[in-house]
Design a protein around this ligand. Sequence first.
Ligand code: NAD
Length: 432
Amino acid sequence: MKICMIGTGYVGLVSGVCFSDLGNDVICVDNDIIKINNLKKGIIPIYEPGLEELVIKNYKNGRLKFSQNLKESINKSDIIFICVGTPTKKNSNAADLSQIFNVARKIRSSINKYKIIITKSTVPVTTGDKIEKILSLKKSKKLFSVVSNPEFLREGEAIRDFSYPDRVVIGTNDKKSNKVLKNLYSPLISKGAKYINTSRRAAELIKYASNAFLATKITFINEIANLCEKTNVNVEDISIGMGLDKRIGGRFLRAGPAYGGSCFPKDTRAITNTADRFKINLSLIKSVIKSNQNRTLLLLSRVSEILKGKIKNKKITFLGVTFKANTDDMRDSSSLTMIPSLLKKGAKIRYYDPTGEKKEFNRLNNLTFSNNIKAALINADLVIIHTEWNDFKSINFKKIVNKKNFIIYDMRNIYSASKMKKDRIKYFGVGR
Ligand code: NAD
C-alpha cells in the first residue's frame, strides 16, 4: 500500500518505519526541514531502541522515503496518517488542535483522488467530525474518508509495541476504509493483535480513556506508597499482591515519581476539558491530575527531610532526567520541576542521562551535565535515582562516590534496601 505519514515525530516516524518494514511504500513528511534532511542522511532525531537500524534498512531498500513536500507526498499515497502533535493549549487544559486543522486544510488543497485520511494523533472525541467538515468545504465527500486509528505505543518500547499491539482500533462506519485498514494491519492481526472496528468517536475516546485509566493506576499506587511509608510496609508487596489478581493486573502498579511524558499529563487534562465542554464532570480524573502535581512537591519535601532541611550547598546528583527510561523525551518530566526547585534552595546539582545533555536546563546556574556516571557521582552528598535505566542498576556506589555518609534516594526502587543496609549505605526508596 502507498502510505503518507504527516508528522515524523515519535509516533509518525516509528509507525512509518514499521509500515515500510511490513512491505508498504511509505513517505514520512515533516515541515521541520532539518529533521527531514537529517533522516535522509540516516541521522535519527529521537532516541528509540532499534529505530536507527530499521530506518536505515528500509530507506536503503527504497520503501521508506522522507519529504517536506506535503502535496506531492499526498498525491503519491492512498492512505494518509496524521501524526502531528496535540499539545496542551496555552493557559488552558484543552488540546491544541491547530497542527491537526492546519494539516487538514493542507490535505484539502492537495487531494485529487480518493484517500483514506486517518488521525493517529491523539485527538478529543468529535475531532474527526471537524476534520471532515474542513475537507468537505471544497471537496466532494466521495474523495475521502476520515478515520480514527489511535496509537498506543510507548516510547522506549515503540517498535515492539507497534509490531505486537494488544489491539488495533479502527474508528469508522465506512466499510471500504475498514476493509483497507484491516488489510494493512493483517500482518499484526495474524501475530495475535485484536482488531476492533468502532465508530470514529468511540475510537477517539478509547485512546483518552485508556491513558486516563493508566495515569489513574500509577497515581493510585503512588498514593498507596505514601501510606506504606507511614506504616512500615513495602509497596512492592502491595503491587505484587494486587497485581496477581487478573482483574487488576500488575502493570503500571510501580510506585515512583509523578507520571510525566508527552501523553499522560496532556491527555488527562484534555479529557477533563472535553468532558467539561459537554457538562460532564470527570471528577476522578481531575483528582488524579491534582494528586500527580502534588506528588512532585511531596518527593521534593522528602528530599528536604532526607537532608534534614539543609539543602544549601549540598552536592546532589540526578541519575536520569527524562520522564522514564529508554527515551530522550523530557516533556513533562518531574525533573523539570525538581531540579530548579532544589537549585533555588541552594543545591549544587550534577546530572547524567544516557541520552545526553538537555537543552531544557541550559540556562540554569549551579547545574552541570556529566557525560558519564562516574563523573556525576563522585563526591555527591545525595544521589537521586530519577529514572530506571539499566545503566543505573548495578553501580558500585561506595567505590565511585568515594565520600563518607553519602545518601541515595532511589525514586524507582531499583535497589534492594536490605542489600544497601548491609553495605552500610544510607538509602531511601519509595513506599518502603
Ligand atoms: P512529536 O512532537 O514528536 O511529532 C510531531 C511532528 O509533527 C513534529 O516532527 C512536527 O515537526 C510535525 N509537524 C507539525 N505540523 C506539521 C505539518 N503541518 N506538516 C508536517 N509535519 C508537521 O509528537 P509525537 O510524540 O509523535 O505525538 C504525535 C501525536 O501522537 C500526539 O497527538 C500524541 O499525543 C500522540 N501519541 C504519542 C505517543 C508518544 O509516545 N509520543 C504515543 C501515542 C500517541
